[in-house]
Write a protein that binds this ligand. Structure first.
Ligand code: NAD
Length: 504
């Protein structure tokens, strides 16, 4: 199924049927900023019908460890769009993060964070910054698959999938097209992680070809984030994987000065959720002084997403005009610039009074400038010939000299499998390792077929049977080796699909 909801809704932009929205009022300042936000949306003519749902602190405290009840799931199922105020996660163990639950359960694969400078009304060194970070939201090191394998070594699995890459990269280009953006930058570390980040980068290059009207470029994440911090004006849309995106979206928000005012969205194939970046601010809850801008900006993103981009621009431009005219909540009040310190409701009233007015100095909101609908096709798997050509056996061994374990393992033969090399933390230590290489108790021992031509520059591996692996493991076990785990070595369509050891 395609991203039907979005396609349909953007096409029916001018029809009179209101779009249903699930509203989570949240905790702390949540209800105050939600009330102000909805007041502005209705005054601007947003064609929405709201349905409240209870999630958050009270649900947690009532004994539901995930903070969300069945009735709220039903509401989400019928609306597919969520506008969520921040919630308070109670202190103490056993409470699961509601955001992670919603993101993973609903397949919200893309996290979108626009950061636009509001200089001089909000302090920043980069007055022209206008970046959108599109972060993969479901996989990478965040799959949470971790194991302690030996006394010295723990492992976290980094999972990058082709469907995951295709969805997020296509979303980035479609987003650029739909919102009139000019360039998409991919950030990866494929000079080191050739298979995982390499896949992300390859998918980026493939999909970029389908969007010749949008400029595309790739950067290595380390220099890319340094350049982003130094010259954010040079970036437009950035697409990256989960961990890198987590880090650079915070860098961008921080240097843009808008951590407290930015909205974000979590987009899935069927459901989308919009929220402020900040938390529930219990320290100022109930005082009616909170700044509703973060949630309002999330609501602006929601309107654009559901095909009401003109209303989104109207709200955003009125908000920008309010900031320009110096009506500021306490958190952004500056004596030299502000005209009046306003509370939450007064701030909303000032925005409503400016609906239809455009900002004079700040960048005009042009969410309605792009064209088309965001379209994420269903993934189609291409089947290639997969052949088993060897196995990496990971062994817990407390010794220090690789020659000792190497010699012992060289004597083990199972069918036609024999030891090719041993690495320790990825560096080859047998045969012919350097005595300087530091070794832990975690040895990766590569076994391939006896008749493989492994001495040539590009080794030719011979297919093996899984039975041979099982026999090898049995022999290793009999000889007293502590096998931690194995990784099968495959070729796909005759191409090596595993990394070589450093120095192999
Ligand atoms: P916070 O963002 O709530 O507050 C940090 C500081 O910023 C506080 O001084 C607060 O008063 C101020 N602040 C935040 N939003 C503001 C606004 N709109 N207007 C004016 N001032 C504002 O972060 P925290 O104190 O670390 O977290 C408080 C609670 O929020 C915790 O329970 C946390 O788990 C939760 N939280 C929820 C979300 C979410 O639901 N998406 C995100 C982050 C934190």
């Amino acid at each position: 199924m395609e991203n039907e909801l979005l396609v349909k809704q953007r096409k029916t932009q001018n029809t009179s049927k209101a779009v249903k929205i699930a509203i989570a009022e949240g905790d702390g300042i949540g209800p105050e900023i939600m009330k102000a936000t909805l007041k502005v949306l209705h005054a601007a003519g947003a064609n929405i019908e709201t349905e409240a749902m209870a999630i958050g602190e009270q649900v947690y405290l009532a004994g539901n460890s995930s903070g969300i009840e069945k009735s709220a799931w039903d509401t989400i199922d019928s609306t597919k769009i969520i506008l969520k105020a921040p919630i308070t996660t109670p202190q103490g163990k056993g409470y699961k993060s509601l955001n992670v639950t919603l993101r993973k359960s609903l397949g919200l694969f893309a996290n979108i964070r626009p950061v636009t400078a509001l200089h001089p009304y909000v302090k920043t060194n980069f007055p022209n910054m206008d970046v959108v970070i599109i972060r993969e939201n479901e996989e990478d090191l965040y799959a949470g698959i971790e194991h302690q394998q030996t006394e010295d070594v723990v492992q976290c699995l980094k999972l990058i999938t082709r469907p995951g890459c295709e969805k997020i990269v296509r979303y980035a280009f479609e987003y650029a097209k739909a919102y009139g953006r000019k360039k998409v930058t991919c950030m990866v570390k494929d000079n080191i992680m050739k298979l995982t980040d390499g896949l992300f980068h390859n998918v980026f290059k493939e999909i970029a070809l389908e969007y010749p009207e949008i400029k595309s470029e790739s950067q290595i994440i380390d220099i890319g984030s340094a350049k982003l911090a130094a010259n954010p004006e040079n970036y437009d849309v950035i697409v990256t994987s989960n961990l890198y995106g987590d880090i650079i979206s915070d860098i961008a928000a921080e240097i843009g000065g808008s951590v407290g005012m930015a909205g974000s969205s979590n987009i899935g194939r069927n459901v989308a959720m919009f929220e402020a970046i900040h938390g529930s601010a219990p320290d100022i809850a109930g005082q009616k002084i909170a700044n509703p801008s973060g949630l309002l900006n999330a609501a602006v993103m929601m309107l654009a997403h559901i095909g009401q981009a003109k209303v989104a621009d109207k709200v955003k431009n009125a908000w920008l005009s309010t900031l320009e005219d110096g009506y500021h909540t306490a958190d952004i009040y500056q004596k030299e610039i502000s005209v009046k310190k306003v509370n939450t409701d007064e701030f909303a009233e000032q925005i409503i009074a400016r609906l239809g007015i455009q900002p004079k100095n700040l960048n005009l909101s042009t969410l309605s400038k792009g064209s088309g609908t965001i379209h994420i096709p269903e993934y189609s798997r291409k089947l290639r010939k997969k052949e088993l050509v060897g196995v990496d056996v990971f062994i817990d061994w407390q010794g220090a000299d690789p020659k000792i374990i190497g010699t012992k393992l060289s004597e083990v033969n199972a069918h036609n499998l024999k030891l090719k090399m041993i690495t320790n933390r990825g560096v080859k230590v047998f045969p012919n390792g350097l005595k300087e290489t530091y070794c832990t108790d975690h040895w990766r021992c590569r076994f391939v077929a006896l008749d493989a031509k492994i001495k040539s520059e590009t080794p030719i591996y011979e297919p093996i049977e899984f039975e041979h692996v099982v026999a090898l493991l049995s022999k290793l076990n009999q000889k007293g080796f502590d096998v931690i785990k194995t990784e099968n070595l495959y070729e796909f369509d005759g191409k090596r699909a595993f990394s070589l050891g450093q120095g192999e």
